[in-house]
Design a protein around this ligand. Structure first.
Ligand SMILES: *[C@@H]1O[C@H](CO)[C@@H](O)[C@H](O)[C@H]1NC(C)=O
Ligand SMILES: *[C@@H]1O[C@H](CO)[C@@H](O)[C@H](O)[C@H]1NC(C)=O
Ligand SMILES: *[C@@H]1O[C@H](CO)[C@@H](O)[C@H](O)[C@H]1NC(C)=O
Length: 188
């Protein structure tokens, strides 16, 4: 390898490790399979249910996020996955009738995404603007609404399936948001 190439590579390495972790966000560039397998897993947990009540989807929140700066978007994706993860961890999944291995695999893949996203936002942690916090609050309020109207009412198997469906929709939207960031960066 010629010295210039080596120097360029070393520069990139130093940048990735120290200065701009958001720029070297592997979740965006290397983890399409992981993102896809999370979706495949949540779909595989689908169960037939007797009743379902329509829920409000937070379309507005995703529309607003599209125009935000990249750091806020990555924080939002990470925060949403944490909310999803906590709902499944805190709830009593044994009432859902899911295969325990499938549930574990699904949670594991969400958790791995969160770990990757931690790397993307860690150096930007203190740059959160007050506007960012407003969206964070809205997002948390949405997931509380979701919990109340699925796991708490009606609860049980139907409640879990309703939550699973909403989770699938949210994961699709989060994936689209991730692809939007990638397109803006010109990465494919
Ligand atoms: C996601 O994974 C499934 C199953 O492994 C595969 O059939 C599908 O083509 C994948 N989709 C994408 C977009 O990679
Ligand atoms: C979870 O649900 C199962 C099945 O309904 C029940 O037997 C168990 O006691 C519940 N566990 C908790 C911690 O509520
Ligand atoms: C929770 O949901 C129930 C039924 O959908 C509703 O009546 C109640 O007001 C909700 N509670 C909160 C705190 O949103």
């Amino acid at each position: 390898m010629d010295p210039t190439t080596f120097r360029n590579m070393a520069t990139i390495l130093i940048l990735c490790s120290a200065l701009t972790s958001a720029l070297c966000c592997d979740w965006l560039t290397h983890y399409n399979d992981l993102r896809n397998s999370t979706l495949v897993r949540v779909r595989s947990m689908k169960c037939p249910i007797a009743t379902t009540t329509p829920l409000r989807f937070r379309d507005r929140l995703y529309k607003d996020m599209k125009t935000r700066e990249e750091t806020a978007q990555l924080h939002f994706i990470r925060g949403s996955l944490v909310q999803i993860y906590n709902l499944y961890r805190r709830g009593n999944t044994s009432t859902a009738g899911w295969d325990a291995w499938k549930t574990t695999d699904f949670l594991e893949s969400i958790n791995r995404q969160i770990l990757e996203l931690n790397e993307c936002v860690k150096s930007t942690h203190n740059e959160a603007t007050s506007k960012h916090e407003v969206y964070e609050k809205k997002m948390k309020r949405y997931y509380r609404y979701l919990e109340n109207n699925t796991l708490l009412h009606p609860g049980g198997r139907d409640g879990w399936e309703m939550l699973r469906r909403e989770t699938e929709q949210n994961l699709i939207r989060l994936d689209l948001l991730g692809n939007l960031i990638k397109d803006r960066r010109g990465q494919h």
